[in-house]
Write a protein that binds this ligand. Structure first.
Ligand SMILES: Nc1ncnc2c1ncn2[C@@H]1O[C@H](COP(=O)(O)OP(=O)(O)OP(=O)(O)O)[C@@H](O)[C@H]1O
Length: 308
């Protein structure tokens, strides 16, 4: 029923207001099938609101939203069996036992994954008979992930799927997401873990103040540029160093004694920095050349100040 070639999710100029606050303020994005799309953004940027609109839980005030080609509110009944949702708050009933809940969720679908195997996969077998309210936060989260995928959805929304998980559970989640992607599922996730986005996502969308501020693959966003970091005594004369480097280079000290030099880092560039240091009797420690990380890009685009 879905028109061929369509993205799994298409948002165009989406707007959602709460009183005078525009939580989502003209947001446009596409999430493709067989790909992981990661939404990144500071607290309050509008990620959850946008995802909840896609899930049909909220009505937008403006713009268009298409999920598997359908309207998530009007066509909710059609979409329910085809879309898996893992909510930030868990969405797991307090009274039911873990295994019982997953079997119930499986029974809602025509061709579910075997619940027992999924429990085992997520390390929950020995908690199958535990009432959900007694599960730890991380266990509840894993159960919520299992519930989101048990129906073999074509599209899954995962809201901060690994927040608060231990390293083992985080890796198990990453593997599951990679498998979903490989089997053609569209995965849309929100995360505050830049490493997670870099590792998993084909497409990263950075959202701030309800709008997209940058989008692309992790490599497109971080670029091919390299930068040079080193430690040395505090208070080096960076203006003088910059004068020796090609135009367009940048250098800063933050925090004291930690230096970052950016520019077209070629062998000669490195030689200029080390020669300058040598001529000033400066011994550099931990000198390294690195690519910008997604976290660098994220902080450049969204600033370093805390959000209320
Ligand atoms: N039901 C609501 N009523 C009033 N304001 C709301 C409501 N839901 C969200 N907001 C506001 O909308 C803005 C966006 O919130 P949202 O939860 O979408 O952000 P987020 O990017 O998911 O943040 P986080 O990373 O902290 O989960 C925030 O300022 C939030 O306070």
């Amino acid at each position: 029923m879905t028109p061929p070639g369509n993205a799994a999710v298409e948002l165009d100029g989406l707007v959602k207001r709460y009183g005078s606050v525009a939580a989502v303020d003209g947001l446009s994005l596409r999430a493709e099938r067989g790909a992981v799309t990661a939404l990144l953004g500071p607290n309050g940027a509008g990620k959850t609101t946008a995802v909840e609109i896609c899930e049909g839980y909220r009505q937008p005030d403006g713009g268009t939203v298409r999920v598997l080609g359908f309207d998530p509110v009007r066509d909710a009944r059609l979409l329910r069996p085809r879309v898996g949702v893992m909510l930030q708050s868990g969405g797991v009933p307090a009274q039911a036992r873990a295994g019982e809940f997953l079997r119930l969720m499986a029974a809602l679908h025509a061709n579910p994954l075997p619940p027992a195997a999924l429990l085992a996969r997520l390390g929950l077998t020995e908690h199958a008979r535990t009432p959900c309210r007694r599960l730890s936060g991380g266990q509840r989260q894993r159960l919520s992930l299992a519930a989101a995928v048990v129906g073999r959805p074509e599209l899954v929304f995962l809201d901060e799927p690994t927040a608060g998980l231990d390293p083992q559970a985080r890796h198990a989640t990453w593997e599951l997401v990679a498998e979903l992607r490989a089997s053609g599922v569209a995965v849309v996730l929100t995360t505050h873990h830049m490493e997670e986005a870099e590792r998993l996502a084909d497409h990263v969308v950075i959202v701030d103040h309800g709008r997209v501020v940058a989008a692309g693959s992790p490599t497109e966003l971080t670029g091919a540029e390299r930068q040079l970091r080193f430690r040395a005594r505090a208070g080096l004369g960076l203006d003088e160093l910059l004068a020796a480097l090609p135009l367009g280079s940048a250098a800063k000290e933050s925090p004291a004694g930690h230096y970052l030099v950016e520019g077209d880092v070629q062998p000669e560039f490195l030689a200029t920095v080390t020669t300058w240091c040598a001529s000033h009797g400066v011994l550099t420690e931990d000198l390294r050349i690195e690519r910008r990380t997604l976290e660098d890009v994220f902080l450049e685009l969204t600033g370093r100040e805390l959000r209320s």
